[in-house]
Each structure stands twice: as C-alpha cells, then as structure tokens.
Ligand binder design. Structure first.
Ligand code: MSP
Length: 661
C-alpha cells in the first residue's frame, strides 16, 4: 500500500475562507479522495497560520487580544471546509501547543547543527507577505506587487539567521535529481534560477514584536512566521497515531499557490536538509484565481463567498453539499491546475447545465427511465454483449486508466475531461444502440445487453466522479441500487459483470437544468455587489468631452472647491481583459491604500508607459462599477482623442496626494 500525505498552505486568519483558499483546499480533498479509492494510506492536512506582525496588528486594530482574534477566525475556516465536502484528517493551528513544541524542537535541533546564529538585520519587509524584500522586488514608492496596499517597512534589529546559503548546492542538486520535486515546470525553472542567483542567509527571528513562538533560550525573540508556519506539515504528523509514518520522500505532496513557492521550495527543504529529515516528494504550485479578470481583492473575496455559491446551487440540485459538488467541479474542471484561471459565474451555470445536467445527469435519468420500462426497474438478469457494447465497455476501462494517470500527474482538469468524455460516449451509445427500437422488435436479450452495458458504465462513472462530486456520486449510486462509496471501494480497474437482479431506484434528476430565467435570477443573486453607491459617475477618462474652446455655464469658487483634484503616482497598471480601451491602474494618492482607477487610456498608452508617472486625479468622484468586480475609484485627467491622449500632470517631484487648488 502506498502512502499519500497531502497538505494545503495554512491560511492566514486575517481573512475569511474565500474562493482562492477554497480552491486549494478542494483540490487537496479531491486528491485525498482519489488516493482513498486507490487504496492508499491517505492523510490530508489543512489549518491556519496564526502568528506574525500582520495578525498582531489586526487584533490591535479590533481591540481584542491576538489569541481571541485568531481563535475566532480559525473557527471560521474549520467550520467552512466540511460544508464544501472537504474531509481533512487533521486541522492544525500554529498556536496549538503540539505545534509550538515541535517548532521549538526543530529550532533547537537545527541550532545544534550549527545552522542558526545571532546577527543583525537591516532591510525591507512586507508585512502582507510576512517576508523580506529587496528594492527590485518592489513597485515604485516601495509597495509590494503582491500587496499593493502595503509599503514595505524598514526593519533594523538583532535577529537570528538560518544558514540558508550553505544549502544552495544541495538544493540545486536535489532539484536536478528530482525533476518532479517542484511542479509545474515553469515554477521549477523560476526556483532554480532564483537559487542559482545566490542565496543569502535567512533572518528567522524578530525582536520587535511578541506575537510568535519564542526562540528557545532567547525569549526576547519570536520566530520568523515562515519558520513557524512551514513546520506545521511536520508537527502535525507527530501524534502517536500518525507515528511519523506519513513523512517520507514518497508520500508528502504540498499544494501551494504560486505566490508561496519560494518559501516551500527553498526555505522549507533547506530547513529539512539541516535537520536531516526527508524532503517532500512534490511541491505543486497552482495558479491564481481571478474573478472577472481581476485578482481577488479583499472586498471581492468577501463577495465571492464559496459557501454562498454552494448554497445557491444546492437550492437547485438538492442541498448545500450537492451545491458544493457543483462548485468543486467547476473549480477543478474549468481551470487547468497549475495555471491562472478566471472564475466566471455565467460560465459556471453554462457548464452546470451542459456537463452535469444534460450530459451525466441525463445519462443516468434516461438509462433508469428505460430500465423502468424495459427491465422491470432491475439490472437485467443476463447479457450477451455485441461489438457496440464491448466498444463502450473497453472505452470505460481505458477512460478509468487514463483518468488514473491524470490524477497521478496532479491534473484534475484532465481527469475530469476524460471522465466526461466517457459520459458523452455513453450518451452517443444510447442513441446508436437504440434500445427502444430493439424493444419494439421484441428482442429482449438485446435490450438487456444494452441496458446492462449502460448500468455498468454508470457504475464506473460513479466511482470516477467521487473525488470531485462525492455527494452526487452517492446519490447516483443510490439510484443505481449501489451503496455509497465506502472504505472498500476502489478506483475502477475495468468493468465488472453487473449484479443481475439488483433493484434500481430512480429519483428526480441529479442536476435539474436552469432555463434562461433561472440563469438570470441565479446570476443576479450571486454577482457580487461591490459599489455602495449607484454607478453614477460619467464615462471615465478622457475628461475632454467638451470640444476645445466651448465653455459650460460658469461655476462658483465654492462649487469648484468641492472637486478634489489630486496628484497621483501610478504604482502599477494593467489591461482590462476583453476591454480594448481600458487600463486598470493602482494609484498612490497619499492615502493608506492605493486606489484602483479604471481609465480609457489603452488606445494611447501601454501599461508599462504609465507606471511611475504622476497624473491628476479627480479623487472624490463616485465609484463606477464596470461589472465583474471591477470598480473605479476616481478619474485620471487627459486631453486629446482616444488614440493620442496627453495626460494632465504636474511639473516637479510633487508628492502623491498633493491637492490641486
Ligand atoms: N500563511 C501563508 C501560508 C503558509 S503555508 C506554510 C499564506 N496564507 S494565505 O492565506 O495568504 O494564502 C495561502 C494560499 O491561499 C495561497 O498560496 C493560495 O494557495 C491560496 N490563495 C489565496 N488567494 C488565492 C487566489 N486568488 N487564487 C488561488 N489561490 C489563492 O500565504
């Protein structure tokens, strides 16, 4: 029996579970279920990351103790996952004693190897990433590209260092000898070139705040949050039951987002090498989920609530768990694992209707309908298969083998594609075999063979969908007269002679399809409402809508002074997908966080032309909602036709946020 130990990142508790974190956790659970069906000794871990400056500050801002704050937030994660049919075997919190003790042990162990020493650190730190930055990692103005609302802070304090540089060659040798260690390949290349460019020792303690695990023997210091957090994967398998059996280079698979590959593929293996423990088998980095083409911001994340989506679909197809199945399917099928992908509600409904309703759901309904009429609602007593039937049975076997390879290669989207190709083939087969025509001819043996073939393919499909749609698999099996998937069930190796005479139990459709009205209503219900105010702002830039020389009615000084014109510094800029004219800018207006401004500048400027430019911004314009979560909070002034605009700007190094009067 193989062992499979899959982990998700442990999530920072400054946020609630959202679609991005649900994505990783659902993927891990699908892999867990797949490996259970393979008969592997399987374990899945998720949890919460509860230390660090970011959380200490967030708790302070709320006026509660960090311990109370992290508990409340962690509970939300723990409560959310079962609602998405996620069955993690363990949930670790970094404030648990079992974890703190093990991290301190690991520290002491690594220190005893001579790999931790006291020094002083001076450099930039992004509290959002809880990680160190160099100037070239940052946007103009010192903002972090991953957290554009946060300016990296200068950190200057005594600190303990971990001898990361010492492991540079060993790491490179490991990447070389184990091509699957970091996946997909693009991430691997990124890590290899980062390590080749030269590693520096890593600062692993902080003395300027207290919300962390104390450094053994020097409690003025708390551990660097990543030293603490990465160790969760190890500390969670030290319990007597787990008996370290899951920790081996053949069993550990860390699923992470592409934003945290470096920590997992460089820091963590170096720590393990120092300690003399096995390295994981694979670190697999998936891409980022965008919503309507936009990276999920905090406000958007709250709006795109996975539980809300599951609940809404559950109302259509049989309860919250069933709705969770639909969400799981959409996330794992529509987005190629490893690549960025856009989550689109309209596309989700379309896929629900097509793949789930009209394809798989319909296959089950029509097969059981035919059996009710033609076999007395039972699995036919015996069957003599003809070529057409055998072809489909062979196809089922091939699909099961192919999907198995695809699951093994951590490609759930491909495994699902293969699974649904089988369902499509079975639907085509029903039409070609036409059991109704055979029944008319009175050829009951032929009818029996056709329906037995279909029932067998449905049984195979019920197993193949289980990793992603566990609830619907069980419902499907109930209709087929089969028990829910249990410990003894295995991924199909091929087809089996069916248990003749088994009673079938047809029930309402698995996935009732949505018509145009239903689709519209669901979309309206689920589309996040972001802007508080109605979208009243006029068209965004360019402002020069009045022809040159033409003047409107005079306005008073007081009237003019209500317009908040400010100097903005463009921090980042990108195209808006599917909108030729629009650019999305992050603009520093001297406020706590940069503003998102959507401007019709794309026919004149490339995004990179604008980064670092000073622009004049109408800062108190009502927000304008462009749909799909894209909201503009201000207007950039410019003049000229759309294809050759000139930006209004100010001479000299005027600070961002300066008011124009
Ligand atoms: N606490 C650290 C991880 C420590 S692991 C030892 C952390 N936490 S996090 O909450 O900020 O995010 C962790 C992970 O959430 C990301 O790497 C990714 O797996 C997932 N995602 C967060 N937002 C996401 C998207 N928009 N899309 C896809 N995944 C995203 O970093």
């Amino acid at each position: 029996m193989s062992r499979f130990y899959v982990t998700t990142p442990i999530y920072y508790v400054n946020d609630v579970p959202h679609l991005g974190t649900a994505y990783t956790t659902i993927a891990a659970d699908a892999l867990r279920r797949y490996h259970l069906l393979r008969g592997d000794d399987t374990r899945m871990l998720t949890g919460t990351d509860e230390h660090g400056l970011k959380l200490e500050r967030e708790a302070q801002a709320r006026g509660i103790t960090p311990a109370a704050f992290v508990k409340e937030m962690s509970d939300r994660f723990e409560a959310a996952w079962p609602k998405l049919e996620i069955g993690n075997d363990d949930f670790i919190r970094t404030t648990q004693q079992r974890h703190e003790r093990l991290v301190q042990e690991l520290w002491t162990h690594i220190q005893s190897k001579g790999d931790i020493y006291l020094g002083a650190y001076e450099g930039l730190y992004c509290v959002g990433c809880e990680d160190f930055k160099t100037e070239k990692d940052l946007l103009p103005g010192g903002f972090c590209p991953l957290h554009p609302t946060m300016k990296a802070e200068l950190m200057k304090e005594p600190t303990y260092f971990f001898k990361l540089a010492k492991y540079q060659d060993q790491l490179l040798a490991h990447y070389e000898a184990n091509p699957d260690f970091i996946q997909p390949e693009s991430r691997r290349n990124e890590v290899v070139s980062f390590v080749k460019s030269g590693l520096k020792d890593l600062s692993v303690s902080r003395a300027s705040f207290t919300w962390g695990i104390p450094v053994p023997g020097d409690p003025k210091h708390v551990m660097f949050v990543w030293f603490d957090a990465l160790t969760n994967y190890w500390s969670a398998v030290q319990s007597p039951e787990a008996l370290k059996k899951y920790w081996s280079r053949d069993s550990v698979v860390h699923l992470v987002g592409k934003d945290i590959v470096r920590q997992h593929a460089v820091y963590w293996p170096a720590m393990l090498l120092s300690a003399g423990y096995d390295l994981p088998k694979t670190i697999y980095a998936h891409g980022f989920l965008t919503f309507g083409g936009q990276k999920m911001s905090k406000s958007l994340r709250n709006a795109v609530d996975p539980l809300g989506i599951a609940h809404a679909f559950g109302e259509i197809c049989g309860g919250d768990d069933a709705g969770a199945d639909v969400l799981r399917y959409q996330l794992l099928r529509a987005i190629a694992f490893g690549q960025d992908g856009d989550f689109d509600l309209a596309a989700m409904i379309e896929r629900y209707n097509a793949d789930l309703g009209k394809n798989l759901g319909n296959l089950l309904a029509r097969t059981l309908g035919l059996c009710a009429k033609m076999t007395g609602g039972k699995v036919p007593a015996s069957a003599t298969y003809q070529k057409l039937d055998q072809e489909l049975l062979v196809e089922a076997k091939r699909a099961a083998l192919r999907a198995r390879e695809e699951w093994d290669a951590l490609s759930p989207h491909r495994a699902l594609e293969t699974t649904w190709a089988l369902s499509t083939a079975a639907n085509v087969y029903v039409d070609r075999a036409a059991p109704w025509a055979e029944a008319k001819k009175g050829d009951q043996a032929r009818v029996d063979a056709i329906l037995a073939t279909l029932l067998e393919v449905l049984r195979v499909l019920s197993l193949m969908i289980w990793p992603v749609l566990p609830k619907k698999s069980d419902e499907m099996r109930a209709q087929l007269g089969l028990p829910p998937i249990g410990r003894g069930d295995r991924w199909p190796e091929g087809t089996e002679p069916s248990t003749a005479g088994r009673a079938l139990a047809p029930a309402p459709p698995l996935f009732p399809t949505l018509d145009a009205d239903g689709t519209r209503a669901l979309l309206e219900r689920l589309t996040p409402k972001l802007a508080e105010e109605p979208a009243v702002a006029p068209a965004v830039t360019p402002a020069a809508s009045a022809p040159a020389g033409e003047q409107g009615a005079p306005i008073s000084y007081d009237h003019f002074s209500t317009v908040d014109l400010r100097v903005g510094l463009v921090l980042s800029c990108e195209r808006v997908p599917k909108k030729d004219r629009l650019l999305r800018l992050a603009v520093d207006l001297g406020e706590a966080a940069p503003r998102t401004i959507v401007a019709g500048l794309a026919l004149t400027f490339k995004p990179e032309d604008l980064v670092g430019k000073r622009v004049v911004v109408v800062a108190n314009l009502a927000p304008r909602d462009f749909g799909k979560g894209l909201v503009s909070h201000g207007m950039v002034l410019a003049t000229g036709p759309s294809e050759s605009l000139t930006l209004a700007t100010v001479a000299g190094e005027v600070p961002a946020g300066a008011r124009l009067k």
